[in-house]
Ligand binder design. Structure first.
Ligand SMILES: Cc1cc2nc3c(=O)[nH]c(=O)nc-3n(C[C@H](O)[C@H](O)[C@H](O)COP(=O)(O)OP(=O)(O)OC[C@H]3O[C@@H](n4cnc5c(N)ncnc54)[C@H](O)[C@@H]3O)c2cc1C
Length: 516
């Protein structure tokens, strides 16, 4: 294998034989952010992704004039993007139009009660008091708890490497002081008596694939970051951010190739040498960054290399995040309809903890469901034809690894109809008469489209013994020259997490070799 092998890629950037070459597998937000950081550091960068465009879970598809943003819809901590752009000598606000939403989202319960989340703590206190006057004091304490955990969990832990045991040992006293062994739900239950408020202040881990009754309470940090930095939406969807990232990479001289699947990470003489593509071609590299799921990276891409830590047995024992059923749909002539339905709605079913148990522990598809409903067309005219709406409804479901797992081939349409019935009954009366475009993603789609282990939505679940040092490290434990970014590594899933993993990466990679 020679450096010239890279030339086999059509339209590849001309080979620079003396500049270090980094290959990034995956153009998810973590992979793109890594490519930007490596490009800014002086690496020659090639990104490959098996999909036909950038963004991974944050990509979009078009159908009958509707743009379906497939995954992330809420941008929190926008400064991670601003800092990323600044590291590349660019201004994020020139490339992406981010709008701030307030209220952030609305939560509904079957009894007709609603809770609206605002940025202003005084308005939030009013909402808390409306549901449960006795819980206002607890809310204030919860916010203080949340801020302390934000400073520790996000600003400190989340932005630095956690690949040495010593890194973990140093933070153990803080973990103990903050009772990180307690779950998000347990923490909320100590501060709120009202079961609806316990839900409203503990559901957030579901957006990064965690069971709120098991995920470490460090994750209550979300309440603070929402209040401090707001909840945002990019016009054009998260796919617009991904496209802007691709543009920066190209402007740095990097190459981004789609429809190209990595089949194996090549290792020789104890060091990464590059990757083999599914069509048999090889791309040499001085370092490889995998933004593919860490489970896929170790189990599939390093299948021919002996592994000490991330063995197949260990990955089989790992707790994975839940699966997702997502129904994307368009509606005709509805812009004036359902005026009370905003950009983000959480529609609770009759059960909270019981449903979570069914999804995460029992692995059964329950008859009842709770839905997250996205209606970007209230803020983004680019997402639907004029007068129409674009929606998605997301239901957390078991991943494919449970015994007797759901056969989505036969179940998908039946389940979609159930979702539609719940929406017609509780949120969007008359929906059926307006339906146009429709598309369904099940855990099978996540398995086949993103090569996600067990078809899960968010990679490895963020339990305490699967977080920080316990997660697959950003610098591989198995092979020198291999680095990992994205949801399945430190610090974890969610846009701020995967973009931060690229920041951590940039602290770990050596300086590139340059022309003398
Ligand atoms: C429905 C949904 C809603 C969400 N909502 C939010 C939200 O509102 N806010 C938020 O912050 N987060 C949200 N998230 C989480 C967030 O989207 C993800 O954690 C994040 O986008 C994952 O990014 P990543 O860098 O890990 O890569 P991914 O998006 O997983 O991308 C990995 C890429 O690698 C490619 N790939 C994999 N294997 C190979 C291979 N062998 N060869 C070539 N390419 C390969 C895949 O094609 C994919 O493009 C949501 C996720 C989902 C699914």
């Amino acid at each position: 294998m020679t450096r010239q092998d890279i030339g086999i890629l059509q339209n590849a950037t001309p080979i620079d034989p003396v500049r270090s070459h980094a290959v990034v597998i995956g153009a998810g937000l973590g992979g793109l952010a890594s490519a930007m950081r490596l490009g800014a550091r002086g690496y020659r960068v090639t990104v490959v992704d098996r999909l036909d465009g950038p963004g991974g879970r944050g990509s979009a598809i078009w159908k009958d004039g509707h743009r379906f943003d497939l995954g992330p819809t809420i941008v929190t901590v926008p400064q991670v993007f601003r800092e990323l752009w600044a590291a590349c000598g660019r201004d994020f606000s020139e490339d992406v139009d981010l709008v701030s939403l307030d209220p952030f989202y609305e939560i509904l319960w079957p009894d007709g009660e609603r809770f609206c989340a605002y940025r202003d703590p005084a308005r939030m206190e009013k909402e808390v008091a409306r549901l449960s006057p006795g819980d206002v004091k607890g809310y204030r304490k919860f916010l203080r708890d949340s801020e302390a955990r934000y400073q520790f969990g996000f600003e400190d832990l989340g932005r630095r490497p956690m690949n040495r045991l010593w890194d973990l040992i140093k933070v153990l006293p803080t973990f103990a002081r903050m009772r990180a062994d307690r779950s998000v739900y347990a923490h909320a239950a100590r501060r709120f008596r009202d079961p609806r408020l316990r839900m409203a202040f503990s559901f957030h881990p579901l957006f990064i694939g965690g069971d709120p009754t098991r995920v470490t309470s460090i994750y209550i940090l979300v309440s603070h970051l929402e209040k401090a930095f707001g909840v945002h939406y990019p016009i054009g969807g998260v796919a617009a951010i991904a496209r802007a990232m691709e543009n920066v990479i190209r402007s740095q001289g990097g190459t981004v190739r789609y429809g190209v699947e990595a089949d194996e990470i090549l290792v020789d003489q104890g060091h990464v040498q590059g990757i083999a593509l599914a069509d048999g071609q090889r791309v040499t590299a001085d370092l490889v960054v995998s933004n593919a799921d860490s489970g896929h990276t170790y189990q599939r891409l390093l299948r021919n290399h002996p592994r000490r830590r991330w063995t197949n047995q260990r990955l089989a024992r790992t707790k994975w995040s839940m699966g997702l059923f997502v129904w994307y749909f368009g509606t005709k002539g509805t812009r004036g309809l359902w005026p009370e339905v905003g950009h983000h709605t959480i529609l609770n079913g009759p059960r909270y903890r019981g449903l979570i148990r069914d999804i995460f522990l029992k692995g059964t598809l329950a008859d009842d469901m709770s839905l997250y409903v996205h209606r970007p067309s209230v803020n983004d005219p680019t997402v639907a034809p004029e007068g129409d709406d674009t929606f998605y409804a997301l239901s957390p479901v078991p991943h494919l690894g449970h015994s007797d797992s759901v056969d989505w081939q036969t179940e998908a349409e039946r389940y979609r109809q159930k979702v539609q019935a719940v929406l017609e009954d509780q949120l969007l009366p008359g929906l059926g008469a307006h339906l146009t475009a429709s598309e369904v993603f099940t855990p099978n789609t996540f398995r086949d489209r993103y090569l996600s282990p067990l078809g899960c939505g968010f990679s490895i679940e963020p339990r305490i013994l699967q977080s920080a040092w316990f997660r697959p490290h950003n610098v591989s434990e198995e092979i020198p020259g291999l680095f990992l970014v994205g949801a399945g590594t430190h610090p974890g899933a969610g846009l701020p997490g995967v973009v931060s993993s690229a920041e951590v990466l940039s602290k770990l990679v050596p300086d590139p070799v340059r022309v003398p």
